[in-house]
Write a protein that binds this ligand. Sequence first.
Ligand code: CDP
Length: 219
Amino acid sequence: MGNPLIIAIDGPAASGKSTVARRVARKLECVFVNSGEMYRAFTWWTLHNQVDPNDTVAVVKLLEETQFTCGEEDLVGYVEVQGRRLTEEEMKNDAVNSSVSAIAAIAEVRARLVAEQRAFAAESSLVMEGRDIGTVVFPDTPYKFFIDASPEIRAARRSAEGIEDSIEARDLADSMRTASPLKVATDAMVIDSSFMGVDEVVDLVVDAIQWKSTPNVTS
Ligand code: CDP
């Protein structure tokens, strides 16, 4: 498909954006990056260091002392915090779920992690999913998607994964924060996946990307 592509996929918790983003990346042979993992990894590190997630001064001090290493393996992005790569269980445990939105609301944390996220684009084409990828991280990309689903369906999807998660509280905190709140980019394609299968959403996203990237077609 010619030039490197940056595909931004945003949306609220458990909207299915991770599954969709991963599949779109595989189809287009791009690197897949879950930006939420970076916020989760630093939240885990904060708790591991017994720093109170609501104590911004202490969190920022820890941030300054922390080294992040980001890269990709087999077209999947990873983050290491102070040389440590976390397991899925560590990143998704209850304590992380209930503290991650407080950590992600801190402007200094966002600035540091957004810089890491942008560095991925220097290396290769990518699909990145999160909350502010189309609005803040890569505002110039023409490939922006916002994947939504009703609150009931999202809660059901998360509990089907067997995970206890306060998605309502996180969505509220993520939407109300001052620093890069969760919102739809004005030029994003919004997809309500409530009554759609994963394949259907993936096909819609891939078709839209191919249509937009075809020369002589104006958007
Ligand atoms: O998988 P799920 O959609 O539940 O969440 P996630 O993508 O793992 O993100 C976890 C948390 O990280 C979110 O609730 C946000 O507080 C924060 N986050 C963010 O602020 N900005 C991003 N680009 C990605 C995640």
